[in-house]
Write a protein that binds this ligand. Structure first.
Ligand code: MGD
Ligand code: MGD
Ligand code: SF4
Ligand code: MO
Length: 682
């Protein structure tokens, strides 16, 4: 019927804390606008700036999207392709994978994936194919947050069940440590942090917008957080904020670590971290008085000693008893579906089955090196991620991808820098084009991803692509062909949300109950001892100290600077880097330099500077500002190298040209914020 208006509710499935509800406006059967759902508790009628632009920009633009399978016709990296049919594409891929598996072993097929679409099907389903194949998986969290997961695994036995944000109504203090919600959780920044009575304390080397808005801002030098926490704990113990009963009942290792606190005075803390002793006292007293929430960011653990920092910070809630009661808790990432199924009780501890080691895995930090060699990589299957833009050692990544004896397949919605190296490119449908489920990793909300239009061109959802690939390979196992509805229904049943798919689809989203959920109130934890393991035999067996240590990273020497490159306000990792309006809003790639450093090097605002290290050299426009400490530089991550990259001249590289793949102390994860560079005028 002409002029018919339809509103479909769906959910934003980006790798984002907020998990916003979306209202898609259709007219005459066509999507006209993608807006925030006014009824959703997080989005409240507004998407973040980047999604408001990109979902109404490149994501709806047939000229920007990949519409057909492609076969490479020019040199690798040149971006020259011809369209082919799905049958040709799938039979070519199946033939190649089978030949590699037969001749060299299926573990020489490496697949890499992450959070392109963060949902039950588009994220979860394809792994069934790769497990069946026996391919090597690049452990996805090693590009992002694995140090924190491993560290809190030692301490709490679980890093996926933090506080329910709704409990903040009972909090007196919210401590945000090494996260930047103003970029990475814009609605939590705008609403959640501001609407509670609690005193907000931010700890970050960068005075970002959330820090600016906080009641108290502590600005340590990067990589000094463990020392800062020890100094705060010293104050809390001295001022009687420790909860002796909680420690006696639920914490293992207090006596072992307590002597280390003796010398960690606030004055010592100031020397180690650059944070004035009086501010350490104030933060410690506010947090220690409580009830307090502790939010540890993912940026925080991207340090060489990120694991130790996380174990150290776990002592704040553990020693002050800020756990298991209203207004108190700790948070890293919430697996909302998993939490739903446990409803506040202690999670059942499930030991991994020793009979099924699963497919082998490698760290993202090893990829640039291993990619050079046919001994590890014969085929590289890339889906839901863009490693040329996001991985360390970009120049080495490109060299590996140029290998003639490497068969590369890239599945994406867009022709990314990585897709330019593919032998075969497969077009992925966007989240607006299939049904699925998504949940926030902060709020306890779950959303329906609802199909709003047919997949653009010949594109297909990830899950359907891998069903077809299974068929082309001749695989017979039934679970490789399970249909979408069955997976959706099972996920909803497992999560026990009290809604079926039809109800969820109509409403768009559901919260887990009406009242805040208090996790860990029973006081037992899925660790070997059932207690919070500040002293960990498992950590010791893995080669780490038994208890956390008050370490600080050595300051950069020989005139080098520490380069931070956290989340950009206008990008979602590399996503949206190809949207012209987003590019315009970001402007030229900038690096922030402290006025003292700029003065010493005679660098004026707006001039071009070069950052270099062993991995490469890149040009930025200098922005002189004191929102970072001297000796530190700030830029943001993951522009599209071929759009404007990190080089002001559009030199085909971004900041990851400089990112060295040094592994964190735990979890073989990225320590990108430990990157050091020299700074010169160009
Ligand atoms: N310098 C620096 N680098 C960093 C970081 C940093 O802090 N500093 N942070 C790191 C972190 S935290 C992360 S998580 C990584 C992220 O890096 P990546 O995992 O590479 O994530 P994205 O860049 O968002 O790439 C996602 C891709 O998936 C595509 N996509 C979207 N939806 C779908 C879909 O449904 N199907 C398919 N097949 N594709 C889809 C998008 O178009 C996009 O190209 O970057 C890391 N890189
Ligand atoms: N707009 C936008 N939102 C995003 C993303 C995006 O690219 N853009 N990416 C998504 C992804 S994949 C992730 S993992 C999350 C990440 O989001 P967050 O968890 O907020 O992490 P980051 O933005 O990487 O870094 C957060 C802060 O850590 C600080 N930091 C760096 N080094 C140190 C240190 O030594 N000590 C302390 N205390 N702080 C330090 C940085 O200065 C930065 O302000 O955001 C998600 N949301
Ligand atoms: S990226 Fe995050 S803030 Fe933006 S619309 Fe999606 S969920 Fe909301
Ligand atoms: Mo991430």
């Amino acid at each position: 019927m002409p002029g018919t208006k339809e509103i479909i509710k769906t959910t934003c499935p980006r790798d984002c804390y907020d998990g916003c509800g979306i209202a898609v406006i259709k007219r005459d059967g066509k999507i006209r606008r993608v807006l925030g759902d006014p009824d959703h508790p997080t989005s409240r009628g507004a998407l973040c700036g980047k999604c408001a632009v990109a979902y109404n920009g490149v994501w709806l633009d047939e000229n920007a999207r990949l519409l057909q399978p492609l076969r490479r016709t020019g040199p690798k990296g040149s971006g020259q392709f011809e369209a082919i049919t799905w049958d040709e594409a799938l039979s070519t891929i199946a033939g190649k994978l089978q030949a590699i598996a037969d001749e060299h072993g299926a573990d020489k097929i490496v697949h890499t994936h992450y959070t392109g679409t963060c949902s039950a099907l588009a994220y979860g389903f394809p792994s069934r194919f790769f497990s069946r194949l026996g391919a090597t998986e690049v452990e996805p969290d090693t590009i992002c947050n694995n140090a924190g997961h491993v560290a809190w695994g030692y301490v709490f036995g679980d890093s996926h069940a933090g506080f329910d944000p709704r409990t903040a109504r009972d909090s007196e203090c919210i401590l945000v440590w090494g996260a930047n919600p103003s970029h990475s959780a814009p609605h939590a920044h705008k609403h959640w942090l501001k609407e509670n009575q609690a005193e907000v304390i931010v700890v970050d080397p960068v005075r970002h917008e959330t820090a600016e808005a906080a009641d108290l801002f502590l600005q340590p030098l990067p990589g000094t957080d463990a020392a800062l926490a020890f100094a705060m704990l010293h104050v809390m113990r001295r001022n009687g904020h420790f909860d002796d009963d909680y420690i006696a009942g639920h914490v293992l290792g207090y006596d072992e670590v307590a002597p280390l606190l003796d010398t960690c005075t606030p004055e010592w803390g100031e020397q180690q971290t650059g944070v004035p002793a009086a501010m350490i006292e104030r933060a410690a007293n506010a947090y220690g008085t409580g009830p307090s929430l502790l939010w540890l960011g993912q940026g925080l653990q991207r340090q060489p000693e990120g694991g130790n920092i996380f174990r150290t910070l776990a002592m704040l809630p553990a020693f002050t008893g800020n756990i298991g009661k209203p207004g108190a808790g700790f948070y890293y990432l919430n697996d909302s579906f998993g939490i739903a199924s446990r409803k506040g009780g202690a999670p059942a501890y499930e030991a991994p089955s020793s009979d099924d080691p699963g497919p082998p895995s490698i760290s993202q930090m090893d990829v640039p090196d291993l990619l050079q060699s046919p001994d590890t990589f014969r085929a590289y299957m890339v889906w839901n991620c863009n490693p040329v833009a996001s991985n360390p050692e970009q120049a080495k990544m490109r060299r590996g991808l140029e290998r003639d004896d490497l068969f590369t397949v890239v599945i994406d919605c867009f022709q990314t820098d990585t897709a330019d190296y593919a032998d075969i490119v497969l077009p992925a449908a966007s989240f607006l084009e299939f049904d699925d489920l998504a949940s926030s990793y902060f709020h306890f909300t779950y959303g329906a991803l609802v199909k709003c239009q047919e997949p653009m061109g010949e594109s297909l959802p990830n899950q359907e692509i891998f069903r077809r690939l299974s068929r082309a390979m001749g695989f017979e196992e039934k679970h490789l062909y399970e249909d979408d509805q069955s997976v959706i229904d099972k996920t909803l049943t497992y999560a026990d949300l009290g809604v079926d798919w039809e109800t969820l689809k109509q409403k768009g989203w559901v919260s887990l109950g009406d009242e805040p959920i208090v996790l860990w109130s029973e006081g037992t934890f899925p660790t070997p001892s059932g207690k919070i393991e500040i002293a960990s035999a498992q950590a010791e067996a893995d080669g780490h100290p038994r208890v956390p240590q008050p370490t600080v990273d050595p300051r950069p020497a020989d005139g080098r600077f520490r380069l931070l490159s956290p989340a950009d306000k206008w990008l979602m990792n590399s996503s949206y880097g190809n949207d012209p309006r987003v590019d315009e809003l970001m402007g030229r790639p900038q690096v922030t330099i402290h006025p003292d450093d700029a003065g010493a090097l005679d660098i004026a605002d707006g001039t071009e500077v070069s950052l270099s290290n062993d991995a490469g050299s890149l040009t930025f426009t200098a922005r002189i500002a004191d929102d970072i400490p001297p000796g530190t530089l700030l830029t943001h991550k993951s522009r599209w190298p071929k759009v404007r990259g990190g080089g002001v001249d559009g030199g085909g590289a971004n900041v990851n040209l400089l990112h060295i793949p040094q592994k964190t102390d735990m979890g073989e994860s990225t320590s990108v914020h430990g990157t050091e560079v020299t700074l010169t005028l160009t």
